[in-house]
Ligand binder design. Structure first.
Ligand SMILES: Nc1ncnc2c1ncn2[C@@H]1O[C@H](COP(=O)(O)OP(=O)(O)OP(=O)(O)O)[C@@H](O)[C@H]1O
Length: 612
């Protein structure tokens, strides 16, 4: 599959895409997409590369010194006695010390430079992926398990480190060592070089086979890891539900199966990698044997000295050793590319809902809202529409209540008005402007929504209220709560307004969360306010207490109230009844009751305490 921005990316579910990805072979050229990410840290990478080059030079100093010591360390005097050549020995000693000290210092420097670059690049990438995820449309989150996204930002980004950061300097060092050793061997004796080079075709064949067998398996490892992470995240989020339904055992079993799939793919990888590294080890031994046979012959024929033979033994390791390292580098490359592919899949996913190139302005919002012949389905191809040619107008400053049976499309209208989803037919208009022509952030600034299940962020109640008005003082925030009539309720909390709300507001009751969100909406002061079952979790007495405040909240703005407790919306300027995605009745409470139609039936059922 090409990693382009094809429409398929937008309609296929994330799971379908990933399964397809796991089955297919890895895409070539991924490395070239990764390369630009190194641009900000190029100085670190160049530094690490220079350090590796100097390190290689220092490594080759050693066999040269050994050759000098063997061939010239002892000099024969005229009397036929052997004397130590102190000049050579001293220089050899100094050379060895420089080589070891340089290696010690430069290896540390190279590690430091690579490590610093890694931290910068990978965290930069993490922020880019995070930012991208935030900009995706809500439809993407309907289709994608949150654990899969976590797996990409966390594990897949980490998997890139060995490929992108340590990879290039290590690869360069390995190639340099191999090439320099090859040249030195050739210069010592072409016979020695050719005897060693004969093992290269075997190595190439083994590399090709390894690549062929390993690459699709690495994609499977990454996919399996995403699956069990997704399951873990879902379990943590839904732990109460799992306990309540006594599903711990089956849930654990499912996790175990996912881990087993992961382990099996991992074992296959380990097997292949282990086989490859042992095979290259055998090749090195074979090379050494060839060198001893051919080198011994060269010494016997007087073509090379003993010192050169000893140095050549080192060159064998320098020549074939890096080829062994290539196996490890290759494994990292395949592993990293599998992760990179998944990250780019996410980065290439375009938000389904995008702003127009020059969006219309929405200053001085009056607050007129119109749903004009709206058709909408949650399915991308329009099957089973939830909203079917719905027409509904709300005048500026009007309080409209929307009622209707469960699952008939009331909340969907809110999603369309805030443009979390795009209509598939007709239009939603604010002050006569199609919401598709407006910038999303501007639209949402003017349309405030309080939902049944509201999310609070970790922090105090004040922190959460400040989200609506960042510059407000504590006194102003408390005054807003007072104006809505909930000051007393918040003050009774253990630390009043400074009470920590916990993750997603879990330390507060459902009703308390709803009240904090109402104050937050009041502070945001939107031109259009939507209350979607916003007080459903508040007890009836408290709701009655804040009824007056709610009326105040709705005053001077357009308000759309969705409620099942029909007593709370009786005073609305107008009530619209939604059934099967259409408006089937509208009017004031008394008129609708007199008509004796859908609303009257709903109301009678409500009064009788029945569910609808
Ligand atoms: N994100 C979604 N993806 C797919 N289908 C959805 C999604 N959200 C809602 N639906 C479906 O759309 C239909 C209308 O849902 P909606 O939430 O608008 O109903 P509602 O009238 O507000 O119900 P309630 O009174 O229970 O809040 C339902 O059948 C629901 O299953």
């Amino acid at each position: 599959m090409a990693m382009d921005k094809s429409p398929a990316l937008r309609v296929m579910s994330d799971i379908e895409l990933e399964e397809m990805l796991a089955r297919q072979k890895l895409q070539r050229g991924m490395f070239w997409r990764l390369l630009p990410l190194l641009r900000p840290v190029r100085h670190f990478v160049i530094g690490a590369i220079v350090a590796e080059i100097v390190l290689v030079a220092l490594i080759f100093l050693r066999p040269y010194l050994i050759e000098q010591v063997i061939d010239h360390g002892m000099v024969r005097s005229l009397e036929g006695l052997y004397h130590l050549n102190t000049h050579i020995m001293l220089w050899a000693l100094v050379g060895m010390i420089v080589s070891w000290a340089g290696r010690f210092g430069l290896a540390g420097l190279s590690q430091f430079l690579s490590g610093s670059a890694a931290i910068r690049v990978l965290n930069g990438l993490r922020v880019s992926v995070f930012n991208h995820v935030q900009h995706l449309s809500v439809g993407y989150f309907d289709r994608t398990k949150s654990g899969r996204i976590v797996s990409r930002i966390d594990r897949d980004v980490d998997s890139l480190e060995p490929l992108m950061i340590q990879g290039p300097p290590e690869l360069l060092s390995a190639l340099l060592r191999s090439v320099v050793a090859g040249i030195l061997l050739w210069l010592t004796s072409p016979v020695l070089f050719l005897s060693l080079a004969s093992v290269i075709p075997l190595l190439l064949a083994a590399t090709w086979l390894f690549k062929h067998l390993a690459q699709s398996n690495y994609a499977r490892v990454a996919e399996n890891r995403a699956r069990f992470t997704a399951h873990l995240v879902e379990t943590v989020a839904g732990v109460r539900l799992i306990k309540q339904a006594v599903q711990e055992a089956s849930n654990r079993q499912r996790y175990r199966l996912l881990i087993e799939d992961f382990i099996n793919a991992l074992i296959r990888n380990t097997l292949m990698a282990g086989w490859f590294s042992h095979f290259t080890g055998i090749l090195t031994t074979l090379g050494m044997m060839l060198l001893i046979v051919f080198g011994g012959r060269e010494v016997a024929l007087g073509h090379i000295s003993f010192g050169q033979m000893a140095a050549s033994m080192f060159y064998v390791f320098m020549f074939l050793g890096p080829l062994q390292e290539l196996g490890d580098l290759f494994e990292r490359y395949i592993n990293g590319v599998a992760s990179a592919q998944r990250i780019f899949l996410l980065l290439d996913t375009q938000p389904e809902i995008r702003d127009a190139s020059s969006p219309a302005s929405l200053s001085n919002v009056g607050g007129n809202v119109e749903f004009r012949d709206v058709v909408f389905s949650y399915h991308p191809h329009g099957e089973n529409p939830v909203i079917r040619h719905l027409n509904l107008k709300v005048e500026a400053g009007e309080v409209l209540a929307i009622v209707g049976p469960t699952g008939h499309g009331k909340s969907t209208l809110v999603q369309l008005l805030t443009r979390f989803y795009e209509v598939q037919g007709g239009a939603v208009l604010v002050d006569g402007k199609d919401v598709r022509t407006l910038a999303q952030h501007e639209l949402r600034r003017h349309v405030g929504v309080v939902l049944q299940d509201n999310v609070l962020f970790s922090g105090s109640i004040l922190d959460n209220l400040r989200l609506a008005r960042p510059k407000a003082s504590e006194t102003e925030l408390v005054a807003a709560a007072g104006a809505l009539g909930v000051h007393e309720i918040i003050s009774r909390l253990p630390h009043g307004y400074h009470t920590e709300v916990g993750a997603l507001g879990s330390h507060l009751s459902h009703g308390q969360r709803q009240l904090v969100c109402l104050v937050r909406a009041y502070l945001a002061d939107p031109a259009i306010l939507i209350l979607d079952e916003a007080t459903s979790a508040v007890d009836i007495q408290t709701e009655r207490k804040i009824q007056h405040a709610l009326r105040q909240l709705c005053e001077g703005r357009t308000a759309i109230i969705i409620a099942h407790r029909l007593a709370t919306i009786r005073d609305a300027d107008r009530i619209a009844v939604i059934r099967d995605g259409q408006v089937v009745e509208q009017g004031m409470h008394t008129d609708l009751m007199q008509q004796g139609g859908h609303y009257a039936a709903l109301y009678r059922a409500y009064e009788a305490g029945q569910e609808f």
